[in-house]
Ligand binder design. Structure first.
Ligand code: FAD
Length: 384
């Protein structure tokens, strides 16, 4: 693994920073109350080629993870809410379509999705099925030319404004193993019988978290995504990839907090000198930087393995686990470094501890990451 940033990764990072500074910050500045995800943001990301895929002379190419990690890191250091909204569009919506859509579905959804002209939500979680993702109860009953869908989805990002909802439901209740009876679908967000409600939450401010109620929703047969009975496995494939992105979002929150804390500590005078000049405080900066560097190396490793097409599941769990646990410590410490300023809402640093906390839950709680890691202990040890 080459630890040097390649020329094209460095250019990508520069591009991301420029887009945030020149196109996002003027429309979505710090200090303004961030209540929503402006729909226009998707068009900006799409036009700048930052929704996980690019299209060149009709050919769709996936952006390598070694580049994407910079996108989610920088976005989360600016606004976690924008970070998760962009991640869901690129890595859950577009990704699901890239992997499983047939030719017709690719034309209808994926091409406009890459440009940000069509937006998506990805719904697997239900009130009674989160970590245990195969325990879903939503049903899709085969009625000949369509499926009749009933049930609830919960805690779904972007779902109230998304043009289309990708979701999972049980199509074969008699399947010997419940994992094998689940299929994946895509429907328009305004379909009759579908009710979308936004929840109030903290963390990833401005992003939308929603519940979806399906009451006798008719889903045409051709709206199945991928193969019948493969919906659970398809979801796991998407989530395994996604964990590298959520690890990067968690890292970005910690990095954002660290950057703000450093600027403040160098300026703020206390006891006759700057905060940073106090040895105990300076040592804290050194200690937190060691954790940041370690966290970034884990993210790079997961991205590298994924880009190589190798089994990376355990590396993405290592990256997510470490960066969410350590990231929470760093973002809390960063906010404390600003004293009272750290809890004032207009101060961007007040958002990072909340962002760190929600990043622990999204794409799998710590115990789920540890479960995956513990199943690969020998492989991981062999690589050390
Ligand atoms: C901000 C946000 C955005 C989200 N966006 C989406 C989305 O777009 N689409 C979507 O489908 N879902 C989404 N989710 C849902 C998310 O994937 C689930 O919340 C997550 O998988 C945890 O499920 P749960 O909330 O039901 O908690 P549970 O599964 O009930 O877990 C609660 C706690 O129990 C413990 N636990 C769970 N399993 C084990 C175990 N095996 N061993 C030991 N302890 C365990 C853990 O401490 C865990 O935190 C989002 C969640 C959040 C917070």
């Amino acid at each position: 693994m080459d630890l040097d940033r390649s020329k094209s990764e460095a250019e990508f990072l520069e591009h991301v920073r420029r887009v945030i500074k020149d196109r996002i910050a003027p429309e979505y500045p710090h200090g303004r109350e961030r209540k929503t995800t402006p729909r226009r943001m998707f068009e900006i990301w799409g036009a700048e080629g930052l929704l996980g895929f690019t299209e060149n002379e009709g050919e769709i190419t996936q952006t390598p993870w070694l580049k994407n990690i910079h996108l989610y890191k920088e976005l989360a250091a600016y606004s976690g809410g924008l970070g998760i909204a962009t991640f869901v569009q690129g890595q859950l919506g577009n990704q699901a379509l890239f992997l499983y859509a047939n030719e017709e579905q690719r034309e209808e959804y994926l091409r406009p999705g890459i440009k940000g002209e069509r937006s998506f939500a990805f719904a697997n979680t239900e009130p009674s099925a989160g970590s245990d993702a195969s325990a879903i109860k939503m049903t899709a009953e085969d009625k000949g030319d369509h499926f009749l869908v009933n049930g609830m989805k919960a805690y779904i990002t972007n779902a109230d404004f998304a043009d289309d909802i990708i979701f999972t439901a049980i199509t074969d209740p008699s399947a010997e193993k419940k994992h094998r009876g689940i299929s994946m679908f895509i429907i328009h967000g305004d379909t009759e019988g579908l009710t979308r409600t936004r929840l109030k939450k903290y963390g990833w401010k401005g992003s939308h978290l929603c519940t979806l109620r399906f009451e006798n929703v008719k889903v045409p047969k051709e709206k199945m995504l991928g193969k019948p009975g493969r919906g659970f496995y398809q979801t796991m494939e998407i989530f395994n990839n996604g964990r590298i992105g959520v690890a990067s979002l968690a890292f970005g929150a910690a990095l954002g907090a660290y950057r703000h804390a450093l600027v403040h500590a160098r300026k703020r005078q206390a006891f006759g000198t700057s905060l940073f000049d106090h040895e105990s405080k300076r040592n804290e900066f050194a200690d937190k930087l060691a954790h940041l560097q370690a966290g970034w190396l884990l993210i790079q490793k997961a991205a590298f393995e994924s880009d190589k097409g190798r089994d990376f599941k355990h590396f993405s769990s290592l990256a997510k686990h470490y960066n969410t646990e350590e990231g929470l410590q760093i973002s809390l410490w960063g906010a404390i470094t600003l004293g009272a300023r750290g809890v004032i809402e207009q101060n961007p640093i007040s958002e990072f501890p909340h962002d760190s906390l929600v990043s622990m839950i999204g794409e799998g709680a710590p115990e789920v990451q540890m479960k995956i890691i513990s199943e690969h202990i020998d492989e991981i040890l062999d690589g050390l």
